[in-house]
Structures are given as structure tokens and as C-alpha cells.
Write a protein that binds this ligand. Structure first.
Ligand SMILES: [Cu+2]
Length: 147
């Protein structure tokens, strides 16, 4: 191996560079051979996020409407909770699922399923009911507790 300038002589600067390289190799290569970098084991890799479940403050509540009855007729939610009511009219009449204080008014023909989402910011006890004439009086109401 020859390192030559155009005049045929080896450059002194190249010699210095090679000597420096050899010294560095001696220090790092021969000095501590046991300190090779070993990749850490894979057992502290975090499991993948499970983003299938909805956040815990969101909930779907199913309600069945039938003549003279809501099922369930007592619903409890938490302050700050966002709830999607899914209401099914089991027929044969038209019904509504209405909560005046929260502007909920789901109107359902026989057999329909409707839904509405509400976030409950105020604690209290409220009534949900069917707004069809005479249905509330016939028992189509229930209690919503926000606590
Ligand atoms: Cu009704």
C-alpha cells in the first residue's frame, strides 16, 4: 500500500493522520473489549395502545319505549358525562323520549330507533317522558339522576 503525492513521496500529514487513527483504534478497540454496546432486551417494549374502547366518560344507554312504559324508567349518569341515548319504539304507537331541561326530544314512529347525545353538566333529578298526548299520564315517564 502506498500513499504518494505527485512527486512520489508520502505526505507527512498522511503519516500523522494514520498514526492518530492507530492510537484511537488502540484506545477504543483494544482497551475495553467487553464494553461492546449490547441492545437492550425487548421485554420492556410497551404493548400497543388499545383504542377500540370509548373513553370512560362516554356511554350509550338503550331505552325501550312501549305503551305506558319506558324500560328502564330510572337512569343515573355522572356530572360531566356524555351519554348517547338510543331509544327504540317497540310500537305500535308513536312515542317520544323527551327531557325538557336538556333539549332532548327524540320522536319515534312505531318500530323506529332514534338517538341523541347529551353532556350532563348540572347535577340534579330530572324527568324524561313521552310527549305524545296522554302517554305521560299513562305512565310513560321516568327519572334521570345526574350525580
Ligand atoms: Cu308514548
Amino acid at each position: 500500500m502506498r500513499f504518494a503525492r505527485k512527486d512520489g513521496k508520502v505526505s507527512p500529514n498522511l503519516y500523522l493522520a494514520l498514526i492518530g487513527l492507530v492510537v484511537l483504534l488502540a484506545l477504543f478497540g483494544a482497551g475495553c473489549p467487553e464494553e461492546e454496546v449490547i441492545p437492550p432486551p425487548d421485554n420492556d417494549v410497551e404493548p400497543p395502545e388499545n383504542d377500540v374502547d370509548p373513553p370512560p366518560d362516554e356511554e350509550t344507554i338503550r331505552v325501550n319505549a312501549s305503551p305506558g312504559n319506558f324500560d328502564p324508567d330510572e337512569i343515573t349518569v355522572s356530572v360531566g358525562q356524555t351519554v348517547t341515548f338510543v331509544v327504540e319504539n317497540l310500537g305500535p304507537d308513536n312515542h317520544t323520549f323527551t327531557i325538557d331541561e336538556f333539549g332532548v326530544d327524540i320522536r319515534l314512529n312505531a318500530g323506529d330507533v332514534g338517538e341523541e347525545t347529551v353532556t350532563f353538566e348540572e347535577a340534579g333529578t330530572y324527568e324524561f317522558y313521552c310527549a305524545e298526548p296522554g302517554h305521560r299520564e299513562a305512565g310513560m315517564y321516568g327519572t334521570l339522576v345526574v350525580e
